[in-house]
Design a protein around this ligand. Structure first.
Ligand SMILES: [Zn+2]
Ligand SMILES: [Zn+2]
Length: 256
């Protein structure tokens, strides 16, 4: 299994650093932030499955453009996997024929180029040789983290989250989770915003990582661009005894 970082930023403002989107192999998109906007047409056409952690704009905003670009040329519908709450939000607020067309009814109501598939906490979804396990995490809207597994290696992605427990328990119980991608959206001086918006800041993150088994590599995403340097400095402190973490960047590719 390959995972490519299409975007891992917390917002706009750093050219080339799109918001959250990861590509598994060539056909599975995990979140659809602005990172998708750097993909070529042939690469976009290979996407068959889109898993959404939650409906905040930085994780979904390329989905309307993706389906608009590839939709009518698709031999089968693009599958969008999300929680019941997220699907309801997408229908009501995005694909509502006001903000954007309802592509589940285009070109005809019974044969749309997009379809929703509801996914549930701790119920794995098999896509070819890969299994995606959604696990509820703690955010201001319903949100999943995911663990992807192709039988050879496992990758965990937290999505947007505040303090949470079950996600780490499952990673530890599974074993062989090679890497965790997790967020640190705010610097420590804005810990109160992290608490309010149910995100993490470095001190909260390091406290959370005490729950994680030591064999899993930790890679960080979702730094708010305005505070990028401050968050980075707090994450990468070689002289402190905290857990070692690495920073993600758009364009990185990982093998599992
Ligand atoms: Zn969010
Ligand atoms: Zn986000």
């Amino acid at each position: 299994m390959k995972v490519e970082v299409l975007g891992c930023g917390g917002s706009i403002g750093i050219p080339g650093e799109g918001t959250t989107a990861f590509l598994i192999d060539e056909d599975i998109l995990i979140d659809a932030g602005t990172g998708v906007c750097n993909m070529t047409m042939p690469a976009l056409e290979k996407i068959e499955h889109v898993f959404l952690s939650h409906t905040h704009l930085d994780h979904i905003c390329a989905l309307p453009f993706l389906i608009d670009t590839v939709g009518v040329f698709r031999p089968r519908p693009l599958s969008v996997y999300a929680s019941a709450a997220s699907i309801a939000s997408l229908k009501q607020h995005i694909f509502n024929n006001s903000i954007w067309p309802d592509f589940t009814r285009i070109p005809t109501p019974d044969k749309g180029v997009m379809r929703y598939i509801e996914i549930h906490h701790e119920e794995p979804v098999t896509v070819g040789s890969r299994t995606i396990l959604p696990i509820e995490v703690e955010h201001t809207v319903h949100a999943f983290g995911f663990i992807a597994d192709d039988g050879a290696g496992r990758w965990a992605f937290s999505g947007d989250t505040h303090r949470t427990d079950r996600f780490y328990d499952i990673i530890n119980a599974m074993g062989n989770v090679k890497r965790l991608f997790i967020e640190a959206a705010f610097p420590d001086k804005e810990a109160w915003i992290a608490d309010l918006s149910k995100h993490l800041c470095p001190s909260l993150l390091f406290d959370e990582l005490k729950k994680l088994n030591p064999d899993t590599e930790v890679w960080i995403s979702h730094l708010k661009p305005r505070e990028h340097q401050a968050i980075k400095a707090q994450l990468l402190q070689p002289d402190t005894p905290q857990r070692r973490v690495e920073l993600l960047a758009a364009g990185m590719q990982f093998d599992f």
